[in-house]
Design a protein around this ligand. Structure first.
Ligand code: NDP
Length: 348
């Protein structure tokens, strides 16, 4: 495949989401034309406004990603695809209907649409570290996850399990496998890149949400410390900066040698106690606000180091130095908290 460059046209599914909005902004600022998909007209208007009615951005309404022809119109004339539209939350009750089917069938729909579109050169799927992590291994202090690792979760485990995080992780691994299987079986004219970020933190692109109740799941973890009784256990201790992740999506399209590669996109480790410590140590958050966050055991970290991961491939292949160009966890969390506190004030 040749490399994709501006002003070529990129389809971004889930353009109204937390990560999708940043990806659209990153592509537009690089000079790409962007077609964003959303589920209804209200969301289309909101996204257009969010990007100041940039003429390089058009919106297409795709009400149901599980329709096998869902993306057939939106993808026409596109050279690359970022597929982000997929459910991420921990409040679902019907795991098959709400998580597995949209995630897996949505991935199949985008692969099918790309195969019917000669102009498409590359499809980038936003997978997750959830598709890599093996919870059944238990605490594994010496384990270093790499791109070769896969979650062992099956469809039945996701459908019939009792915990939503397990069903979410199953939805991500099975969706990513759907894309790789499609590539192997159908041998399409496009190539594939999958990105596996950790828990993504950082300020929302302005205009993404109007109310805190619509806050995305990963940033909700930080906001969930406010007015909490205590600091929750850290379940997924790897984080990714939204700024770096949006850039990684653009580079996944433009870097020729990234074709048919999988990437762990991780900024580092974190601990919920660390998030609380950052808030309490910040000089830009007023003391009257800080008291809403439990102090916990200052400086305490999860006792048994669960695992680490190696995301050096991002630097080697995408030429993105996550440590050097990223904002730190401190800067990321404080900027996010300030934005969320302002939103809370506005909507009181
Ligand atoms: P958001 O909830 O902010 O965005 C999700 C996007 O997917 C929205 O556009 C949403 O549309 C769409 N979507 C959700 N459910 C469906 C569905 N059933 N059918 C069609 N579209 C749907 O989440 P993020 O931006 O955080 O997530 C974007 C992608 O990144 C997802 O694939 C997620 O799994 C992945 N990811 C996220 C991480 C994180 O920490 N945030 C970590 C790793 C991966 P609508 O607004 O209409 O619901």
């Amino acid at each position: 495949m040749g490399s994709i460059q501006p002003p070529q046209r990129i389809l971004v599914t889930g353009a109204n989401g937390f990560i999708g909005a940043h990806c659209v902004a990153n592509l537009l600022s690089d000079g790409f034309q962007v077609v964003g998909t959303v589920r209804n007209e209200d969301k289309a208007q909101k996204v257009a406004k969010q990007h100041s009615f940039n003429p390089a951005l058009s919106l297409s309404i795709v009400p149901d990603v599980t329709d096998p022809h869902a993306f057939d119109i939106a993808i026409q004339g596109c050279n690359g695809v970022l597929h982000l539209a997929s459910p991420f939350g921990y409040t679902y009750t019907d795991f098959e209907k709400e998580l597995l089917i949209p995630s897996i069938n949505g991935t199949r729909s985008i692969c099918n649409a790309a195969s019917k579109t000669p102009s498409v050169q590359r499809v980038v799927i936003t997978s997750s570290f959830a598709a890599v992590f093996d919870a059944s291994a238990g605490p594994s202090p010496d384990r270093v996850y790499t791109e070769k690792d896969w979650s062992p979760l099956t469809y039945d485990m996701g459908k019939n399990g009792t915990a939503t995080p397990v069903a979410y992780r199953a939805s991500k691994v099975l969706a990513e496998k759907t894309a790789w299987d499609f590539l192997e079986q159908e041998k399409p004219h496009w190539d594939l890149v999958t990105l596996c970020p950790g828990m993504v933190f950082g300020p929302l692109f302005p205009g993404t949400i109007d109310k805190l109740k619509d806050l995305n799941t990963s940033n909700g973890l930080v906001w969930g410390l406010f007015d909490a009784d205590n600091i929750p256990e850290t379940k997924a201790p790897l984080w990714t900066s939204i700024t770096a992740l949006a850039r990684a999506h653009t580079l996944a399209l433009t870097t020729k040698k990234a074709g048919n590669e999988r990437f762990l996109v991780l900024s580092g480790e974190f601990d919920n106690q660390e998030l609380a410590d950052i808030i309490h140590a910040s000089t830009s958050i007023p003391p009257a606000i800080k008291v809403r966050v439990p102090v916990g055991e200052k400086g305490g970290r999860h006792k048994e180091k669960s695992f680490t991961a190696d995301s050096s491939k991002v630097a080697e292949v995408l030429d993105l130095d996550l440590k050097r160009r990223d904002k730190s966890l401190e800067e990321t969390v404080v900027a996010l908290v300030q934005q969320l506190l302002a939103l809370e004030q506005e909507t009181l």
